[in-house]
Design a protein around this ligand. Structure first.
Ligand SMILES: Nc1nc2c(c(=O)[nH]1)N[C@H]1C(S)=C(S)[C@@H](COP(=O)(O)OP(=O)(O)OC[C@H]3O[C@@H](n4cnc5c(=O)[nH]c(N)nc54)[C@H](O)[C@@H]3O)O[C@H]1N2
Ligand SMILES: Nc1nc2c(c(=O)[nH]1)N[C@H]1C(S)=C(S)[C@@H](COP(=O)(O)OP(=O)(O)OC[C@H]3O[C@@H](n4cnc5c(=O)[nH]c(N)nc54)[C@H](O)[C@@H]3O)O[C@H]1N2
Ligand code: SF4
Ligand SMILES: [Mo]
Length: 752
């Protein structure tokens, strides 16, 4: 299908931020005769300076993919048909509202997937949707990803979104655990052109050390690669922290006056000397000590950990230790260390005193497993049991938005079975895939080229303060709905309003709530002003643009709605298609701290149970046996981009990496198949024998397994691969955050 363009003929260039991953690269699109004919990196983008990866280069293929749904789909038995939006919403109302009336709001669960955080409409309208649905059964991809980092940030800094990012452009020493930014392009560290920025560290005489059970591209490009037993980062980090105290290397500098709990930390880490932890990590004690010293000897240094440290049993503990070490070396909140961004849309308060309400979890618990709520969410690993288990509060319906939990969450088989038993399921998704094939109704959002973009999520995790707004490349195709409008329909329905209430009324209500909360906030630039005046100043804008404009104008660089003040606004951003660079990160402690004490709370009680567990674990022999970890590929993006021919063609990639020492006993060679079995599942997969993986570890990527009936992704189906999350175990998680253990899964392998 040809994209509709505002230009019927001729040639034009357009610029937009790539919404696919956290790197936020600027893209330059060439449009001829109403079609995108080329996507390049935008050389003038203030942040990415022309960088792009193979996924960004085919962004337009998502737009033209014939399998991408353009119209709502309703299911009749095992077949699907197009439906009008009116019919689709009516069917949803008939399906969901009686369940809510009969069983209460918790009967409807919601799962929010990863692309939501790359979408302006979702980052704005999901919050009111969550508020109006008011279910305790809220799940998201966060609990198969970064939730441990939210928890440790909540504990230490008082707010789960206060995540310090490694200042990689200025650091002299980067200790990187469980991340492969050469391939992932960075995560919880928004920095387009990660490869270039990492190379620059070494070029200026700095050092990079990578800790990973696999010799990844990032490990190869580093000065040093250290193998680690999967799941044991917490012990390695405890070894470093104990060395810093023992060898008198702790130097918190002028952070000292803003920290509490230092003495407790010293006491807690004592029992984890490198000599006590090394064998469990598969490291040398001397190496751990040396790394600890190097972190303090370098003029600036930073420890950065990502998904390999989060999706393990001690994810929150590891995330906490990473920032503890950054404090102990005196590099938290300092250039070249780990710093807090100040995005253009952040809620900055003039003269704010440090401190706030602090961070709490466990305001409710999951019904079956008793898991504590974290940031309003329950662990997605518990979704299946909440659907399966009868009784009051049972989940009977599911709304997924931009998620594919069948492929991306543990024990996919169990979840699939559970989805098949639901009374009703709705998916907001552009594809009929492994998850959405269970839906009664699928509501498709427009393609990325038909929507605007501003990265509300990732400019808060960015290594520079940057703002960039992208206009849609093409107008909305006829018959399509903006994703914001889809969400507003759902909000209106859950708020108990019928179609006689215009969506614009619901939208006005939402923007007025934003305005009201800002007006009543102390230190806000519009504190005490009249709501109607602010609303009037926003003019005739609507939808996400109006709210974005509002956020920018009351933000730290905004005009504060002062007629004579110069400052950021959406209209100003619209004039800058290559973005605006707002500068390098600056120290923000103590103003930024939101703990109840107003300090960095270094010794949160939440870490104690896991420390006790580890203390016992190191008394015993290290466990042996094969464990499974994951990996990513540059041409892949979780589960959903395998329908683009350019990204999947060539040699298959969904194979199991195995060390020669582990392949020999079962006599398998590269290209042969093995059975791999875990507690929860088994599958057959082709192996690649390589010493890029540690002995005792095997590695399989996630996001594959596309050969399912009743899906409609033809290219993906012809490159199916296998679903590694058939093997991952829903019963094991990081208890503090509810995050699944996706790395370090015990498995057995046999030849077939
Ligand atoms: N090309 C591409 N880019 C992506 C994505 C994608 O699918 N493809 N996904 C995006 C998303 S959603 C995210 S969250 C980010 C993730 O970004 P990253 O965190 O950089 O993700 P990975 O590339 O999976 O790197 C994780 C590394 O952890 C290692 N590892 C596994 N277990 C352990 C362990 O116990 N300890 C240590 N130290 N290391 C371990 C793995 O071998 C792997 O090299 O990437 C984003 N970018
Ligand atoms: N074993 C293992 N499992 C993992 C991981 C791992 O490292 N190992 N990584 C985990 C991580 S970090 C993540 S983030 C999760 C991802 O988990 P999910 O978010 O559940 O899965 P995705 O594959 O990102 O699927 C995204 C879905 O959103 C749809 N979509 C794409 N764009 C849009 C849009 O604009 N609007 C809407 N409404 N829908 C859209 C796609 O069609 C797809 O169905 O997977 C996790 N699973
Ligand atoms: S690195 Fe990420 S943001 Fe940049 S082009 Fe690739 S997918 Fe897009
Ligand atoms: Mo993720």
């Amino acid at each position: 299908m040809n994209p509709v363009s505002s230009e019927v003929s001729g040639h034009r260039e357009a610029f937009r931020t790539c919404p696919l991953c956290e790197a936020t690269c600027g893209l330059k699109l060439t449009i001829e005769e109403g079609e995108v004919t080329r996507v390049e990196g935008d050389p003038d983008d203030v942040f990415s300076h022309g960088f792009l990866c193979p996924k960004g280069a085919v962004l337009h293929h998502l737009d033209s993919d014939p399998d991408r749904l353009r119209l709502p789909q309703v299911r009749e038995g095992d077949t699907w048909r197009d439906a009008s939006w009116e019919e689709a919403f009516a069917r949803i109302e008939e399906g969901l509202m009686p369940l809510i009336q009969k069983y209460g709001r918790n009967a409807v669960a919601m799962y929010l997937g990863n692309p939501n955080v790359h979408n302006l409409s979702s980052t704005i309208y999901l919050r009111p949707l969550i508020k109006t649905l008011r279910t305790q059964n809220l799940f998201s991809a966060s609990t198969v990803d970064q939730m441990p980092k939210h928890v440790s940030s909540g504990w230490m800094f008082g707010h789960p979104r206060l995540i310090p990012v490694p200042d990689i452009d200025r650091t002299d020493y980067l200790l990187m655990l469980g991340a492969n930014p050469w391939v992932s392009n960075g995560s919880l560290c928004t920095a387009p052109d990660m490869p270039g920025r990492l190379k620059a560290i070494r070029k200026r005489g700095g050092k990079i050390v990578v800790v990973d059970p696999r010799k990844t591209r990032s490990a190869r490009e580093a000065d040093e690669h250290l193998w680690i037993q999967p799941g044991m980062d917490a012990l390695f980090l405890l070894g470093i922290a104990s060395t810093l105290f023992e060898e008198g290397l702790v130097n918190t500098g002028d952070l000292r006056e803003h920290c509490t709990g230092l003495v407790d930390v010293q006491d807690w880490v004592k029992g984890f000397r490198p000599e006590q932890v090394a064998s469990h990590c598969h490291m040398e004690a001397g190496t751990i000590r040396r790394i600890a010293r190097e972190l303090t000897e370098a003029p600036t240094s930073v420890v950065y950990g990502r998904i390999g440290t989060c999706t393990t049993e001690f994810g929150s503990l590891s995330s906490w230790l990473i920032d503890v070490i950054n404090v102990l070396t005196g590099h938290l909140d300092r250039p070249g260390g780990a710093m807090f961004p100040m995005s253009a849309h952040s809620r900055y308060r003039e003269n704010k005193k440090p401190g706030g309400r602090g961070f709490r979890t466990g305001r409710w618990h999951s019904r079956v497993g008793g898991h504590p709520e974290v940031m309003g969410e329950l662990p997605v690993a518990a979704l299946a049991e909440e659907i399966e288990t009868p009784g009051e509060g049972q989940v009977r319906a599911l709304l997924t938005i931009a998620g594919n939990p069948v492929l991306s969450t543990p024990n996919g088989h169990r979840l699939e079975k559970a989805l098949g038993t639901l009374d009703f399921m709705v998916c907001v998704d552009p594809y009929r895939n492994e998850t959405t094939r269970y839906a009664d109704v699928i509501l498709p959002p427009p393609s990325p080229l038909q929507r605007s973009h501003y990265d509300l999520a990732f400019y808060d995790l960015s290594i520079r303060n940057v703002a960039n707004y992208s206009e849609p490349i093409f107008p909305l195709q006829e018959g399509c709905l903006e994703e914001s409008a889809i969400l507003l329909h759902l909000i209106r329905m859950f708020a108990g309003q019928d179609a006689s209430v215009p969506l614009s009324f619901v939208d006005d209500f939402i923007v007025k709530q934003w305005i009201q909360s800002e007006i009543s906030a102390e230190g806000s630039p519009i504190s005490g002003r009249e709501a109607d005046d602010i609303l009037a100043a926003l003019g005739d804008q609507h939808g996400p643009e109006r709210i974005l404009d509002f956020l920018l104008r009351v933000g730290p660089y905004g005009d504060g709605f002062e007629p004579d003040k110069e400052g950021l606004s959406l209209s100003l951003l619209r004039e800058q298609p290559h973005g605006i660079d707002l500068g390098a990160l600056e120290p923000r402690i103590p103003e930024v701290l939101a703990t109840s004490s107003g300090t960095i709370e270094l010794a949160p009680p939440g870490v104690i149970p896991d420390m006790d567990k580890l203390r016992q674990q190191i008394q015993q022999e290290p466990t042996s046996g094969l464990v499974l970890i994951g990996r990513r590929h540059l041409r892949s993006n979780n589960s959903w981009m395998h329908n683009l021919e350019h990204l999947v063609r060539g040699k298959g990639r969904c194979h199991l990496l195995i060390h020669p020492d582990d392949a020999a006993p079962i006599s398998v060679e590269t290209g042969q198949s093995v059975m791999i079995q875990s507690r929860v599942g088994a599958l057959q997969v082709t192996v690649e024998v390589t010493d890029d993986i540690m002995p005792g570890v095997v590695c399989l990527p996630h996001g594959w397994g596309h050969n399912q009936p009743n899906t409609s992704m033809h290219i993906a189906a012809s490159h199916p691969g296998v679903n590694t999350n058939i093997l991952t175990d829903e019963a094991v998680m990081d208890a503090s955050s509810g995050t699944s253990v996706l790395n370090g899964i015990p498995v057995e392998i046999s030849a077939v």
